[in-house]
Design a protein around this ligand. Structure first.
Ligand code: GDP
Ligand code: MG
Length: 177
């Protein structure tokens, strides 16, 4: 009942994009509900989840959209990106291919979204450090070149999940306030 009768100052739409199985749905579950499931099925049904937080004494409702298994190239529709002011561009740091596809996801995002959109590159599954396939330097370099925020996260053990979303939401707040 947290939201009941609460005055909302801002609603920020944030989209999750990236290859299938990189952990988008689990990042959202961790951030919105502090949950994680090992055997998460391909996302069906729910389009977005919300989490209400306070930034600079304003009540901000984050509306975070998750792809409903539409990760095939160009299957994500423009309705998904419409109105988004933030994006989490997620790869799996144990799967090189998911990082190699990031440039394509970024192109697609930039083709559809507002030009001032705040973008965070996320290397997820950092709990699996021994299986690392993407050097942190590669990701940092890409993020710097493309002007993205960057963080490695783990939806499993919670590392940086809250920080990543809060960084994006705070930056969005700074751009609109
Ligand atoms: P999506 O297709 O991008 O939404 O990926 P999911 O969130 O469904 O996750 C795909 C698989 O990776 C599932 O088996 C998750 O349990 C697992 N997974 C997601 N995040 C992490 C993480 O941070 N660490 C580990 N070890 N596994 C994860
Ligand atoms: Mg999913």
């Amino acid at each position: 009942y947290g939201d009941f009768n609460q005055k909302i100052d801002y609603v920020f739409k944030v989209v999750l994009i990236g290859d299938s199985a990189v952990g988008k749905s689990q990042l959202l579950a961790r951030f919105a509900r502090n949950e994680f499931s090992v055997d998460s099925k391909a996302t069906i049904g729910v389009e977005f989840q919300t989490k209400t937080l306070v930034i600079d004494q304003k009540t901000v409702k984050a509306q975070i959209w998750d792809t409903a298994g539409q990760e095939r190239y160009r299957a994500v529709t423009s309705a998904y990106y419409r109105g988004a002011v933030g994006a989490m561009l997620v790869y799996d740091m144990t799967k090189r291919q998911s990082f190699d596809h990031i440039a394509r996801w970024l192109d697609e995002l930039r083709g559809h979204a507002d030009k001032n959109i705040v973008i965070m590159l996320i290397g997820n599954k950092c709990d699996l450090a021994s299986l690392r396939a993407v050097p942190v330097e590669d990701a940092k370099e890409f993020a710097e070149r493309e002007n993205l925020f960057f963080m490695e996260t783990s939806a499993l053990d919670s590392t940086n999940v809250e920080t990543a979303f809060l960084t994006v939401l705070t930056e969005i707040y700074r751009t609109v306030s």
